[in-house]
Design a binder for this molecule. Structure first.
Ligand code: GUN
Ligand code: ZN
Length: 437
């Protein structure tokens, strides 16, 4: 990586918040240190605890960055986002399928050009970091060069990112098609080049069942078997018209999800965007397979896709993580995404605490992705991806958070009133990669 590591340790004084890796409810796993010290060395967290306890043991000369009055948490994890849709965010369309036709596909065509891809990848990563997201599961386009450009830019910044070239060989414009064979070959080349290079990881990325032939899904399933530690990402049961279309294209399957299952694409480290119109058998199957639902509330509301059923997910033990789904999603901010997730939960008769949403965006996502202990936590040994949240970022947030009588109230105010402005700084592998103002 181009980024040079600070040679000695660095310390940060602030409130600290993270969730321990326990099977218990996230409330009990919550660690909140009111006057804390975080010590970082060589891109990892070395110590995390009370300022008074740790300050005496700091090696002499260690810089102490004073973030008192702010809250340090692990960097956010966005489990579903499309970097090529950065330039078409906020495009008006009456629903998913017309939105794809009118805006998404023509925009994705531009990624034939690697220079454009590089330019967008740079802006996209800057924007993620401005919003406090340090890891994301990223869709590229069908062009292998779009993934190459993304990984180069992420690797140069030493970010922990998961990405993949989209596979699609039917039901999309000619100019965006691969073939079953070329899609598999290009994906395998990218796995060999990037999976495990520095902090980069690969995700097999069949866009969604209707844009893949059965042969493409079959070859994708073979790759999934040959490379069991890569991720898999796709969309499922987002929109009612989409579900109807899929069931016509794939007769004889029990459900939309069942198609992915039959092709060997449901397993740990597989992440399915939306999961709005699943039934209970699907939810049970997601749980048993260790597959993860990426809940994308701003996108589901923007495109009118439907309300994700949190209560049913909980009843059947389906793993759920949060995601923006830019550019179907209307914001890069995971705080704003929490805000919308909370409202969607209310509308489906459920209640999401702020603690649970912060858990879902950090430790919970890491756990579901098989990355426990590496990201999503401040525990010693973890990679030093963390953010500084500023409860005084806006006049209203300052006024409300000053009256917060509990951690829950403080986190709730940050989730309901916060966005990119609340991210005072972002650190990746121990390096400052964003500072506000
Ligand atoms: N389904 C297939 N492709 C897409 C996409 O790009 N965005 C969303 N939201 N849904 C999809
Ligand atoms: Zn998506």
């Amino acid at each position: 990586p181009a980024g040079t590591q600070a040679s000695g340790p660095q310390a940060y004084r602030a409130q600290l918040l993270y969730f321990r890796d326990t099977p218990k409810a996230e409330d009990e796993a919550c660690e909140w240190i009111r006057d804390g010290l975080l010590v970082v060395r060589d891109g990892r967290i070395e110590q995390c605890g009370d300022y008074d306890r740790l300050i005496g043991d700091l090696p002499p000369g260690t810089p102490v960055n004073d973030w008192r009055g702010r809250l340090i948490t692990p960097g956010f994890i966005d489990t579903h986002i499309h970097y090529p849709q950065t330039d078409m965010i906020a495009s008006p369309a009456p629903g998913l399928l017309p939105w794809l036709e009118t805006y998404t596909f023509p925009t994705e065509r531009r990624f034939e050009n690697p220079e454009y891809a590089q330019d967008v990848a740079r802006f996209f990563l800057d924007e993620l970091l401005r919003c406090g997201t340090t890891t994301a599961l990223v869709y590229c386009t069908v062009h292998p060069g779009s993934a190459q450009a993304f990984f180069e830019e992420s690797h140069a910044r030493d970010l922990r990112m998961v990405a993949g070239k989209v596979m699609m060989d039917r039901n999309c414009p000619e100019y965006l098609r691969d073939t079953a064979e070329s899609g598999a070959r290009d994906s395998e080349d990218l796995i060999r080049r990037w999976h495990g290079t520095g902090r980069q990881m690969y995700a097999l990325t069949p866009r969604f069942a209707p844009t893949s032939t059965p042969e493409q899904l079959r070859l994708c399933g073979e790759l999934a078997k040959r490379y069991p530690d890569v991720f898999i990402q796709s969309h499922v049961s987002e929109n009612r018209d989409e579900v109807k279309w899929v069931m016509d294209l794939f007769p004889g399957y029990r459900s939309y999800l069942d198609i992915y299952d039959q092709y060997g694409l449901l397993r740990p480290r597989s992440v399915y965007g939306h999961c709005v119109w699943l039934d209970d058998d699907d939810r049970r199957r997601m749980r048993d397979a260790g597959a993860v639902a990426a809940h994308c509330p701003t996108s589901n509301q923007f495109l009118g896709s439907g309300l994700f059923d949190f209560a049913a997910a909980k009843d059947f033990g389906m793993p759920v993580a949060l995601a923006t789904d830019v550019g179907g999603g209307s914001s890069f901010s995971m705080l704003l995404t929490m805000n919308e997730a909370h409202k969607v939960a209310r509308l489906s008769g459920h209640y999401l605490t702020a603690r649970r949403m912060f858990w879902q965006a950090t430790q919970g996502a890491a756990k579901h992705l098989g990355l426990t202990g590496r990201i999503g936590t401040l525990e010693p040994g973890a990679e030093a991806d963390f953010i500084v949240l500023d409860p005084k970022a806006t006049p209203l947030l300052e006024r409300r958070s000053a009256l917060a009588e509990s951690l829950e109230e403080l986190l709730f105010a940050l989730a309901m009133l916060g966005d990119d402005r609340a991210i005072a700084a972002t650190y990746a592998a121990g390096r400052e990669v964003h500072r506000r103002g």
